[in-house]
Ligand binder design. Structure first.
Ligand code: NAP
Length: 246
């Protein structure tokens, strides 16, 4: 039987690469997006071509009511959930802490932290009810360790919260064979940098990476699929760095 995987933020970047790879590894897919319907439809087509059943669900994970609607759709389409990639996330423009507003902090933490925790909570409730384990991969960032001073300390702090949440949730649910890990991507070539007002950021900062290049979304997806898989059956509460050594 194919396992059912929910990927949040599946319409672009790391989420798209993860969904595409997961379809080839035997998962059926619930594909969440917020604004990019066309991106979600493109990845859904590719997943179906690879043999997956797919559901596209629009929801802003910064809004608890939309998370609830998304899960009603997942329940209706598949009736179960085996795995979650908690990937949806945002950065913002580079700014010192002295310029960061309350409004900006609310958006960042509503999406990157509160949304991710609520999405994981609903996944755990379903996995516990099913009684046969599960796997969750939260997408953190090397920023959680680096702090991102002068760029986006708020983003870095939101990702540090994800790492702490990963360890705590893992401790709560590992007896039920629900494994919870996080992946910390480094500088990855996706549109997130342009959305934060810096289109050339990954190339510009590549010299700071020991491997001297940005990573690809596909390289992050490989790490995510490993953590979801039975090959990682004794791995939980861990943080996997995918940073080219940075
Ligand atoms: P991306 O290309 O900008 O894609 C972001 C995805 O998240 C899109 O599918 C977007 O959906 C979705 N999203 C954003 N806000 C959302 C919301 N409120 N509700 C639901 N979905 C939402 O970014 P990416 O680089 O692939 O980043 C994916 C994850 O990796 C993020 O958590 C990011 O922080 C993390 N990360 C990225 C890097 C990097 O260098 N790229 C490094 C470290 C960590 P729509 O487009 O449909 O709105």
């Amino acid at each position: 039987m194919r396992k059912v995987l929910l990927v949040t933020g599946a319409s672009a970047g790391i989420g798209t690469a993860t969904a595409r790879l997961a379809a080839t590894r035997g998962y059926d897919l619930a594909l969440n997006y917020n604004s990019d319907r066309a991106g979600a439809e493109t990845v859904a087509r590719a997943a179906r071509d690879a043999g997956a059943r797919t559901l596209i669900c629009q929801a802003d994970v910064g809004d608890p009511e939309q998370i609830a609607r998304m899960y009603r759709e997942v329940d209706g389409a598949f009736g179960r959930l085996d795995a979650l990639v908690n990937n949806a996330g945002v950065v913002d423009r580079s700014a010192p802490v002295t310029d960061i507003t309350h409004e900006r902090l609310r958006r960042m933490f509503d999406i990157n932290v509160i949304g991710a925790i609520l999405v994981a909570k609903e996944a755990v409730l379903r996995m516990q009810a099913q009684g046969d384990g599960g796997a969750i991969v939260n997408i953190s960032s090397a920023a959680a360790r680096l702090g991102s001073g002068g760029q986006y300390v708020d983003y870095a702090a939101s990702k540090a919260a994800i790492d702490t949440f990963t360890k705590g949730l893992s401790d709560e649910v590992s007896r039920e064979n629900i494994r919870v890990n996080s992946v910390r991507p480094g500088l990855i070539e996706t549109d997130i940098h342009a959305k934060g007002g810096e289109p050339g950021r990954a190339e510009r900062l590549a010299h700071m990476v020991p491997m001297q290049r940005p990573g690809s979304a596909e390289e992050v997806a490989d790490a995510i699929l490993y953590l979801l898989s039975d090959a990682a059956s004794y791995v939980t509460g861990s943080i996997l760095e995918v940073t080219g050594g940075r």
